[in-house]
Design a protein around this ligand. Sequence first.
Ligand code: AMP
Ligand code: ZN
Length: 115
Amino acid sequence: MQQDCIFCKIAANDIPVNVIYEDEYLIAFPDINPVAPIHLLVIPKKHIANILEATPEDTTLLGRLMATIPKIAAIAGLTEDGFRTVINTKDNGGQTVHHLHFHILGGRFMTWPPG
Ligand code: AMP
Ligand code: ZN
């Protein structure tokens, strides 16, 4: 838990969210500023600032995050039409919250390339 990290507070239930999925290692909840009809965030409960900061010790955790995305997508009803998964990293990636998170975007067609 890192002080004044908003996602650590969400992971610790200090800030209430609409929990879409939760287990021992991760939690998924709606983005507060959705850019698609369905916009979820998936975060590890452990504070990792971004994917560059993940260590070999985090490999299993990263695998769990990735492996749980289909389950979360199914709960959100996204498996039929598909969805996009995004990890923004540091400034050029557009990262604004410095606690690793996966965006799950769905409910509409996603254009490519992204802006
Ligand atoms: P990024 O720009 O990739 O760092 O994404 C951070 C995301 O977190 C943004 O899409 C924000 O809308 C979202 N966000 C920030 N604070 C909250 C919050 N308290 N609850 C849910 N989503 C949040
Ligand atoms: Zn954090």
